[in-house]
Structures are given as C-alpha cells and as structure tokens.
Design a binder for this molecule. Structure first.
Ligand SMILES: *Cc1c(COP(=O)(O)O)cnc(C)c1O
Length: 352
C-alpha cells in the first residue's frame, strides 16, 4: 500500500462539539483503480478533489455502489463495527451492478489503515463516531451503454455527532402512496445511488406534509411494508419481533441483522415475513402493536412514533420509545463503544 500524508491536518478547522452528519471529512482517503482485470496497488492520499472526464460512464448510467459503516472511540482503542458483514454486502451490491468484487482482506486492510492514519478524527464523545464511506464507480469514458472495463474504489471518512442529542426521538412516517422504491428483480437489495435518486421526490413530498420519512410499501400490491428510506423496519406485535423478509426489494441491513441475532439470543420470538400495512393498523386498533422502529448504521435504532396511511393515522406506544427498542439501542451501542463484551465477534479493534 502506498501512503502519501497530508502536509498539514485540517482537524483544527472542525468544531467537534457541533458535528452534523457527513459534512466534514478527515485528512486522508483511500483511492485506487481496477484495470487490466485486477485491483491495482491501494493508495491512501490527502483528501481532495479528483479529476475525471465528463464522459465517465458512471455519470451517465449510474454504475456505482457504496457502503456505510462506523468506527467508535473507546478510550484506548478504536472499534470498527462488523466490517466483514459490510464487505459481504459490498460484494453482493457489486455483483448486481456488474462491478468487480473485492477480496475481504483488501477491503478491510485499506479501511483499517485509513482509520488508523486518521485516528485523531474519531470523535471522543458518547454517541459520536467516524462514519466510513467506501464506494466504487465505473470510470471508462464512453457514451455507449455497456459494462465498464475500469473502476475506482474510494473510502472517505466523516466525523459525526450524536444522532440523538435529547434521547431517542420517535419519527413520523407516511406510506409511499403513488411511488415505489424498488421492484422485484430491480436494484432494491443493492446499496446503489439509483435507489436514493428514486426516493428523493417522495421524501420531499413527505417532508412537505410534515413527516420525517417515507414508509415504503411493495410495488405490486401497494400493501406489504418494505423499509424506510435509509433504514429497515421492525414491529413488536404481541411480544413478537416482526420484520419484512428480504425478498429482493429490501436492502439487507447490517443493523437489522444485528437486531435479529440479539432478539433470538434473548429468547424473543422473531418472524421475518411479509407484513402488510393493514396488519399493523389492525394490531394498533386491537392494542397488540407495542413498538415500531427503524434500524440503520446512522441512528442504530430509530423509534417510530406515528404512521400515516391514506386517511388512517396510528400512534405507536404513545409516540414514545419502547422498552425493547431502547434495549436493542443500549446493547448495540454498548458493544460498539466497548462497554459490553463483543459476544458475537462484531468488532474489529484497533489499539491506539
Ligand atoms: C444502508 C441502508 C439501510 C441500513 O443498512 P445498515 O447496514 O443497517 O446501515 C437500509 N435501507 C437502505 C435503503 C440502505 O441504503
């Protein structure tokens, strides 16, 4: 690996007590190419602009994918949460977008080296983290539609503040109405920018109506719950944890996977199956809907306080966080910050 260090750190320009999500970037980045049928020598270079041709095919046809994971400061080490699982998903996304996969060893080695070099950028406070954003884009320059022969893999990192400054605030969701996020056989299970492009207009309209995010229903019957924009979704009904099964339209979240593993371990009944919005409304009416929450790397657990579907509005757990939601949050963040034992081998630990 080649490492070119920045001449001076920009760390002093950043107010670490007032960090928003993904607005400041650490001093270095990973950047290397795929060509001649292989990934070339990895490089870490100073963070900065890159120069590309306006004919670069990913600008025109969107052949690109990304990942998102986090590193946490524990006092004497930095913990990266489930890099192997993120690598596995990285390669699955690559496969769907015809992008060459990357060996696990290389993926983890470059991330570890970047986080180690920029370890001063991992914020110190509870609830804060260094967000790690690996991504790949096709770099061949042409306007014909075909699979690119060359790619660039990059990793940038961004210090992020506590997602919840005043406790876990429940979000308000509205169902997708006329829009769908992904169709069967489409890109829904790949972490690729196109899915986000599709979600922008519906998300704007939801915000305009006073809701935090869109609750996506399936594209065929407009009935089965899929996920929430940047999060997977779970319901607790009559003591059972229910989350939509991964049917090809839903992004396989690492946090979702962690919640399922914990719930099973705690002896909670878990069902991964199709769940309709009508079932959730019915459970709300008969009093068996206990909790609803989103899962994702950014917020870990995001309690859902309200769901609007056409003329129907349901309030979940009086708009407050539920006991199980809080327990998942405490357990996962406890493992991330090294306060609880890493019982599942989820942590890649870098000693300082
Ligand atoms: C990344 C993402 C999630 C959450 O996945 P995590 O691995 O838990 O962060 C959920 N839905 C979509 C569409 C995503 O892109």
């Amino acid at each position: 690996m080649r490492i070119e260090k920045a001449l001076e750190s920009k760390r002093h320009e950043v107010d670490f007590d007032n960090l928003n999500f993904g607005e400041k970037f650490s001093d270095h980045m990973v950047s290397f190419e795929y060509r001649d049928d292989k990934w070339q020598t990895p490089e870490i270079i100073p963070f900065g602009n890159i120069s590309v041709s306006p004919a670069m095919c990913s600008f025109h046809y969107g052949q690109m994918i990304f990942e998102g994971l986090k590193a946490f400061f524990t006092g004497d080490r930095i913990n990266i949460f489930r890099p192997e699982k993120h690598h596995e998903r990285h390669n699955r996304s690559c496969k769907r977008l015809c992008i060459p996969p990357m060996e696990k060893e290389l993926f983890i080695r470059v991330i570890k080296a970047l986080v180690t070099l920029d370890s001063e950028w991992v914020p110190r406070g509870k609830g804060t983290a260094l967000y790690i954003r690996p991504f790949v884009f096709a770099t061949e320059n042409f306007l014909g539609v075909k699979v690119s022969d060359t790619y660039r893999f990059m990793v940038i990192t961004s210090p992020v503040g506590a997602y919840y400054k005043e406790g876990l605030n429940p979000v308000r969701l509205i169902t997708s109405g006329a829009y769908t996020r992904a169709a069967k056989g489409g890109l829904g299970e790949a972490k690729t920018p196109a899915n986000y492009a599709a979600s922008l207009l519906p998300a704007e309209e939801a915000k305009h109506k006073g809701y935090t995010q869109v609750l996506w229903l399936d594209g065929i019957q407009d009935k089965f719950i899929e996920e929430v924009g940047t999060m997977n979704i779970c319901f607790v009904i009559d003591g059972t944890l229910i989350t939509p099964s991964l049917d090809g339209t839903i992004l396989p979240g690492v946090t979702r996977d962690s919640v399922i593993i914990l719930a099973k371990d705690w002896g909670i009944r878990v069902e991964e199956r199709p769940i309709s919005i009508d079932e959730v409304i019915a459970a709300s009416k008969d009093g068996t809907l206990q909790e609803a929450f989103g899962t994702g790397t950014a917020a870990v657990i995001s309690p859902v306080g309200e769901i609007r579907h056409h003329e129907e509005t349901i309030i979940v757990n009086d708009g407050k966080i539920g006991g199980l939601s809080q327990r998942f949050y405490d357990e996962i963040t406890g493992i991330q910050y090294g306060e609880l034992e890493d019982r599942y081998g989820w942590i890649l630990s870098i000693p300082l």
